[in-house]
Design a protein around this ligand. Sequence first.
Ligand code: ADP
Ligand code: ASP
Ligand code: MG
Length: 817
Amino acid sequence: MKVFKFGGTSVGSAAGLQNIREIIAREPGRVAVVVSALGGVTDLLLSTGATAAQADPAYCDRYESICRRHREAIAESVPAHLQEETRAQVEALLEELGNILRGVFLIQDLSPKTTNTIVGYGERLSSLIVSRIIDGAVLRDARAFIKTEPYFNKHIVDFALTNELVRSTFADDARVSVVPGFISSDKTTGEATTLGRGGSDYTAAIIAAAVGAEALNIYTDVDGFMTADPRVIDKAYLIESLTFVEAMELCNFGAKVIYPPTIFPAYNRNIPIYIRNTYRTECPGTYISREVTVPVAGRGDMHKAIKGISSINDSCLLTIRGLGMCGVIGVNYRIFKALAKAGVSVFMVSQASSENTTSIGVRRDDAERAREVLSTEFAQEIATGEIDEIMLECDLATVAIVGENMRHCPGIAGKLFGTLGRNGINVIACAQGASETNISFVVKVESLRKTLNVIHDSFFLSEYQVLNLFLTGVGLVGGSLIEQIRSQQEVLLRTNALKINVVGISNSRRSIFDRDGIDLARYRELLENEGVPTTPQTIRDRITEMNIFNSVFVDCTASPAVAEIYGDLLSHNVSVVTANKIAASSAYEHYAALKNTARTRGVKFLFETNVGAGLPIINTINDLRHSGDTILGLRAVLSGTLNYIFNVLSEEIPFSRAVAMAKEAGYAEPDPRIDLSGTDVVRKLVILARESGYEVEQADVVKNLFVPNSIFEGSTEDFWAKVPQLDAEFERQRRVLAAEGKRWRFVALMENGRCSVGLETVEAGHPFYDLEGSNNIILIRTTRYDEYPLQIKGYGAGASVTAAGVFADIMSIANIR
Ligand code: ADP
Ligand code: ASP
Ligand code: MG
């Protein structure tokens, strides 16, 4: 015989019922068909009972909708010649149910016994209808052969009696039997009981085990057991095979696809379980058996070692702690005895070898009771201080990764906890049994979604890595970066297995966010039409609230307000890549704190483009220092704008025009006064000095300016109006310089931490003399590169090279360089 079980979603629609008929018709041998209530009816029955018990006449509407569901099912699916008879039987049951509900309404009393009776109508009605749909089916009443006895506050199956009754019930030669799942009766009183929510699976397993069935087929609304709950992880995929142990570990821990007690009877009699989709019968589903597929020895194939992930989100943790517990025999015995007596189920235990702390995972409903019970049990030790007050922490979730092959594969725990750590997920407690088939750990419930996603990605989808970007600033640099990302996305996925997902974009007014990735071809239109008004603070809040793994905040603005949110982002494990110099050149203490936060959080704070646009200057300095070199001095032209201005000055192009041209070419800062006042170079020099190992503030830099301070007073408009006043003097000096064969360069200097900036004249042959356009150059003098300093030279400004530098920083976070 084979046993089939069809869940609520399968019996809840005309298409599902039609498929059930066909599946059973294809079976050549004897079958038992166990059915759940029509989808949603169990919940509806419970809430109707509760409403009636409150003397709320609204229960009538609910009762009516229950009646309607069943009448519709008959009209749609029962063959015409059987409809009248079926309807009469169903109406009789509905009438009984209506009378019971009316009684509850009148006396306002709903005992557990009455609840069990009411809720059982769901399966009684559905099984009656299904038995009329399948040709030649015999309807059997599960209450007559699934027998329970009380155990704490539950009913458990009396297997000796049940097995005997099942065998005698199925001893006849009916080809198809239809059985209501979930319902049972007390072995002594005969009162209605149930096997617990989701219990139809269990009914099917009990029958399969009792008759020694060939197979147990559980049909539901998904293709089978998936690597994670498909409602949470949309990338979850089908697991083709599981062992009984793996299936048990997974469903015990929240994988709702099978009711946990179902596994044992099948395992015990070695009856394979198939989980299949009623609506996609062509799909092979999941095969659960004793067979373990061992990965190739020595390959340490993590991919196959982990079969699935499951979680429960109503976890609480009780902690019993006290120095008086160390080495004392019997503490654990007392903990578990007290909890067992109170009927509290413990799903996780974690105790360190020092024995002074034991943490216990319980469900929310049991938590307060468990705390009271333990506080009473240890009242004396708590009074003397040997044991602390029992701690209860709620709003937690417990996650388990499961796989029998984990024991063949070192490094799983390392990979698991490493992944969690890098993503800022704090593990509150963890447990791994010596069987090594399961590692369970507890996190805050608000981190659950992120936890499941990061683990799923790292263990199951590790064919590619995902980097999630939040981009702020879509001006010249930001716009160029988005274009570069757009054109490289495909290539990076193909050649580097890196998926770049831009999940947020903002300009100074609006933001758009999309966990699944924003369409980069349309981001400007989306910002305009769908963008929400924002400030840097709202962007920060949104990013932390989205709590996406492997995320990077990219700042392509020059805004001090945007720079202010880096600290919070880094503390939330979001890496920061910035072209904005404000943060790295702010007070040393702040700069150092940001770097420190990044280090302790295991994320990156990168700002290569703060100096020399895309030129690899900061990385080079760091590489030198990491290899033990010491940076002794720096001599550099670091302002693309100023270099450009001094290069284009001529008889035809006066100073004011040269400044305007630098702005038009996109080299200058949004506010060109920042360039002309030397502020921009001072910021860059401070950053380089700091990266070289010197504690320098902007105020420490000696500034030798080449334009009078009065030019910078007032607004930007005032500035543009005043600049032409400088033209005549610049032209006079330029002629003198040209006659001497010299050129102007605005030079930044650092000698053993002492910094200065100022205009210098250089002659032909000087490394700075032939520095075309907006190029930058830096000479780095170190212990190793002393007599001949290391030189880096190239474009020092411009949107596309700066964007490329930002891109390179992003790549280095993905370890692609
Ligand atoms: P039925 O009514 O058929 O008994 P259930 O709702 O009890 O169906 O169980 C099937 C549901 O279990 C699926 O729709 C899915 O949302 C959920 N589920 C949770 N975890 C998993 C998992 N790991 N694999 C498959 N389904 C899962
Ligand atoms: N109908 C019951 C429930 O919803 C049993 C089941 O579906 O397995 O819990
Ligand atoms: Mg179910």
